[in-house]
Ligand binder design. Structure first.
Ligand SMILES: Cc1ncc(COP(=O)(O)O)c(C=O)c1O
Length: 394
């Protein structure tokens, strides 16, 4: 079948003799975005005070506005952070939680975020409970039901991923948010794999908190992510890093719409010291790249490559696919590797022998997994090469 979109590999900087099938960890950066990033870095070094420091003001706000529009939120409701780990730590620790309450997390969550939730719960005297998602959900109703049926009388919050890290299971977060709001329970979404993979309209949902990465599927520079906080929670948040913006109790400088300082939330949480703002400024180049190739076409092509991987690795090679059916999955696909490849050094061996980057790992509950996450720089022959590699001995 003819691919619906071809973006030549030369538009990326990946090593010519390698196959990179791991957008789920870090995206490859389009060459044009890399060049924009280098331009930003060079400009900043031409006068670190006038340019690098000033970048934290109007230029950063201008990018914040376009990224907010991309994720369907008001710019005042998002904050740039370097990654989802930082974004969600901020939300978890800055929000007040009722002592004695309970936080639910699913059994599919990413370890670092579960660690953050556990530590917050320990410090705030909350309990934490793991809810089991169905192994083979038939539809979105099954996923909603699993979350709602797990709620207990003390549940004050639910933390779950929008797209699950291993299997690519897509949670119906908007529906879950609506149901939780009616019950007075907060929804915190780990959106590490959301932006760039599935369309987002955050302000149209009742999601309370959404942490998103821009350095995975979106194809932004490394070290770019954001936090979205529903407006109704802004006033409740106490900063964990206090900078020039002070705390919500302090008086603030006058409103400055050019920099987007129209409300306290932005004063308190945005500017927390100088750092490198170039990766954020280069996000505009990622948006340009995506527009040039077509947002919907990029997302469709990723799904098409996923469908091919499923057919090749499960259909032809006979591997067990641990991801849900296509309609409930995006981007990432988990497979049980062939028996010979169920070993701790499988990723390393695949790379050394075949120059293919695909992560393998072991989990107590699910055993050995192999995760394939192709993106627009890949084509079907990359997946054929993976299948060929797996047919051979490690
Ligand atoms: C579901 C999920 N959450 C959070 C993260 C952490 O992302 P980062 O290291 O960019 O904070 C990942 C990383 O792969 C992930 O898959």
């Amino acid at each position: 079948m003819k691919p619906t979109l071809r973006i030549g590999r030369r538009q990326f900087m990946l090593a010519a003799d390698e196959v990179y099938l791991n957008a789920g960890t870090f995206s490859a950066l389009p060459r044009a975005v890399f060049q924009a990033l280098v331009r930003e870095l060079a400009a900043a070094e031409s006068n670190p005070t006038r340019i690098a420091a000033e970048n934290s003001r109007a230029p950063l706000w201008a990018v914040q506005q376009v990224i907010a529009a991309y994720v369907g939120a008001e710019p005042c409701d998002i904050l740039f952070r370097e990654n989802v780990t930082q974004a969600l730590n901020l939300a978890l620790f800055a929000l007040p939680w009722e002592k004695g309450g309970e936080l639910l997390v699913t059994d599919h969550e990413y370890g670092a975020i579960v660690n953050a939730a556990r530590e917050m719960a320990r410090r705030r005297a909350l309990s934490i409970r793991v809810l089991r998602l169905p192994r083979d959900p038939g539809n979105e109703d099954d996923l909603c039901a699993a979350v709602l049926q797990a709620l207990g009388p003390r549940t004050t919050g639910v933390l779950l991923s929008h797209v699950m890290t291993a299997t690519g299971l897509v949670m119906p977060v908007a529906r879950i948010a609506r149901a939780l709001r009616r019950r007075g329970v907060r929804l915190i979404v780990d959106g590490a794999h959301g932006p760039g993979l599935v369309p987002l309209r955050l302000a149209a949902t009742e999601i309370d908190v959404y942490g998103g990465n821009l350095h995975k599927w979106f194809m932004g520079p490394k070290g770019t992510g954001f936090l979205y906080v529903n407006r109704r929670l802004h006033k409740l948040m106490e900063p964990i890093v206090v900078g020039w913006g002070g705390t919500p109790r302090d008086r603030h400088a006058p409103v400055d719409p050019v920099q987007g300082y129209t409300e306290r939330f932005q004063y308190v949480f945005r500017m927390q010291g100088l750092r490198d703002f170039a990766p954020f400024l280069a996000l505009q180049a990622t948006l340009d790249f995506r527009r040039q190739h077509g947002e919907a076409r990029i997302m469709r092509r990723v799904q098409e490559l996923g469908a091919y991987a499923r057919q090749k690795l499960a259909g032809e090679l006979g591997l067990e696919c641990l991801s849900p059916r296509a309609g409930l999955q995006a981007g990432l696909l988990a497979f049980r590797p062939p028996p010979a490849w169920r070993r701790p050094d499988a990723s390393e061996r695949l790379f050394r022998k075949r120059r293919i980057t695909v992560p393998f790992w072991h989990e107590p509950a699910r055993g050995f997994l192999m995760r394939v996450s192709p993106h627009v720089w890949n084509d079907e022959s990359d997946i054929d090469r993976l299948a060929q590699g797996l047919r051979a001995k490690p």
